[in-house]
Ligand binder design. Structure first.
Ligand code: PGA
Ligand code: ZN
Length: 409
C-alpha cells in the first residue's frame, strides 16, 4: 500500500509498504482485509486508517520532525504490534514523511539521513537461488546468496554478482533444471537436497572465476518456517533433527562450503539454538538475527546480552516506523553487531531502503536477487548514488561483515 503526503508548499512524496511471506511472529502486523476480495489481501481498512485517524493526527505537523510524527502514530495505534492502524499503514506513512522532509530540503534522501556524517555504500548480499516460503517449499533453505567480498566498489560488487548469477543459470540449464525464478528473482531451486543447492552455488562461484574466496556464500535459513515440536524438519529431504544435530548439520555445511554469513539458522523461539550456533561459529561466520530480532531495539539488546547472534537484519516494516527502525539499528551498532538493511519478499519499486543503507551507514544490504525490477530498482539506485559521489564514494566492502571469514581486503 502506498501513502502520499503533500506539503503546504505543494511538494509531494510517497512511501510504499512492502510485505513478507516468511514473517516473524513479533513483527508489526500487516493489516489486511480478509474476506473473498483480493484473496483476503486487500488493504482498504489500512487505507481507511491512513485517510481517517492517521491524517487527522499528522496533518499540519512538520515532516522533518520524524520522531514526533512517529510518536504520534505509535500513540494513536496504542497496540504493541501495531495491529490497530496496521504496521503497513504506519510504515508507508512514516516513509512518506521521511521522503517529504528530504524533498523539501532538495536533498537526496541518503544525504538528508546522513546529516553530514560519513557514509559508505553497502556491501550487498544477493540471492542466487530462492527457496523456502519463496519457492513453494521446494527446498528448505530460503535464500542461497553470495557476497562479493573482494569487490572494491559497489559497481564492481554488482558486476561480480551478475557473473555468478549467470553462471548459476548456466549450471541449471546444463542439467535441464532451469525453470525460471522464485519470489525474489533467484533461480528456481530444482534441487533434491539443501546440500545440492550449496554444491551448485559453490560450483557457480567457481565457474564464474571467483573460487579463490573473492565471492563467498551467505544463507538465510529462515528456520522458524520448519521448526515444529522442538525439531528442525527438512521436508525436501524427509529428515528431521533435534537442535543439537541441527547444529552439527549447520557446522558441517560451514566447514565444507565457503559460507561467511548465516541468517536465522535456528527458529525465533529457539534462543538456546541461536546461542549455541553463535558460540560455535560466531568467530568466523556472521550469524544474523531476522525473525529473532524483528527490528526491535529491546529484542536486539536482549539477543546481545545472551550472545544469540552477531549481526542484525533491519527491515523497516517489521518495526512499523522509521524512528523505531533507526532505534533497532542503533541498538545493534551499540551491541557491536553488524547491520544489514533488508527488503521483503513482497517488495515494491520503493527504493527507500537503499537510501537508509547509505545514509545510516549500515554496512550491508540484502534486497533479493539480480532480476525483477523491484530488486534492480534498489541496486540501480545505489549505482546512481555511488556515481553521484564520484571519487568521494566509499564502499563498505568485506569489513562490514561481522566477525567472519572475511578475507584481507
Ligand atoms: P520475507 O523474507 O520478506 O518473506 O520475510 C525475507 C527474509 O526472511 O529475510
Ligand atoms: Zn530472513
Amino acid at each position: 500500500m502506498e501513502v502520499e503526503l503533500t506539503s503546504t508548499r505543494g511538494i509531494a512524496a510517497r512511501g510504499i509498504a512492502p510485505a513478507g511471506a516468511s514473517k516473524g511472529s513479533r513483527e508489526a502486523i500487516d493489516l489486511r482485509d480478509g474476506g473473498p476480495a483480493y484473496g483476503g489481501f486487500g488493504v482498504s481498512r489500512a487505507l481507511g486508517n491512513v485517510n481517517g485517524p492517521i491524517a487527522a493526527a499528522i496533518l499540519g505537523r512538520d515532516a522533518a520532525d520524524q520522531e514526533e510524527l512517529d510518536r504520534a502514530l505509535i500513540e494513536l495505534d496504542g497496540a504493541p504490534n501495531k495491529s490497530r492502524l496496521g504496521g503497513n499503514a504506519m510504515i508507508a506513512t512514516s516513509m512518506a514523511a521521511l521522503r517529504l522532509a528530504a524533498e523539501s530540503e532538495h536533498l537526496p534522501l541518503w544525504r538528508h539521513l546522513a546529516a553530514g556524517a560519513a557514509v559508505r555504500l553497502p556491501l550487498p548480499e544477493i540471492q542466487i537461488f530462492g527457496g523456502g516460503a519463496h519457492a513453494g517449499g521446494r527446498i528448505d533453505i530460503q535464500d542461497f546468496l553470495v557476497i562479493p567480498v573482494k569487490a572494491q566498489s559497489f559497481a564492481e560488487a554488482l558486476a561480480m554478482t551478475a557473473d555468478v548469477y549467470r553462471a548459476a543459470g548456466a549450471q541449471m540449464s546444463s542439467r535441464g533444471r532451469r525453470y525460471g525464478v522464485a519470489d525474489e528473482g533467484g533461480w528456481w531451486p530444482a534441487f533434491d537436497s539443501n546440500e545440492e543447492g550449496l554444491e551448485t552455488l559453490t560450483r557457480s562461484i567457481e565457474a564464474a572465476g571467483y573460487g579463490g574466496g573473492e565471492v563467498v556464500i551467505s544463507l538465510d535459513i529462515a528456520a522458524s518456517e520448519f521448526y515444529r515440536d522442538g525439531r528442525y524438519r527438512l521436508s525436501a529431504e524427509g529428515r528431521d533433527f533435534d537442535p543439537g544435530d541441527w547444529l552439527r548439520v549447520i557446522a558441517g555445511w560451514s566447514s565444507r562450503f565457503p559460507i561467511a554469513s548465516i541468517e536465522d539458522p535456528f527458529a525465533e523461539d529457539d534462543a538456546e539454538g541461536m546461542r549455541a550456533v553463535t558460540a560455535a561459529l560466531g568467530d568466523r561466520v556472521q550469524i544474523v538475527g531476522d525473525d529473532l530480532l524483528a527490528t526491535n531495539a529491546a529484542r536486539v539488546r536482549r539477543a546481545a546480552e545472551h550472545a544469540e547472534c552477531n549481526a542484525a537484519l533491519i527491515k523497516p516494516n517489521q518495526a512499523g516506523t522509521i524512528t523505531e527502525t533507526r532505534q533497532a539499528l542503533e541498538a545493534a551498532r551499540q551491541a557491536g553487531f553488524a547491520t544489514i538493511l533488508s527488503a521483503r519478499s513482497g517488495e515494491t519499486e520503493d527504493v527507500t531502503i537503499a537510501h537508509l543503507a547509505v545514509g545510516w551507514n549500515a554496512g550491508q544490504l540484502k534486497v533479493g536477487s539480480f532480476a525483477r525490477s523491484e530488486r534492480m530498482a534498489k541496486w540501480n539506485e545505489l549505482l546512481r548514488i555511488e556515481e553521484s559521489l564520484g571519487s568521494a564514494a566509499v564502499f563498505a566492502g568485506a569489513a562490514a561483515l561481522s566477525a567472519s571469514r572475511r578475507p584481507a581486503p
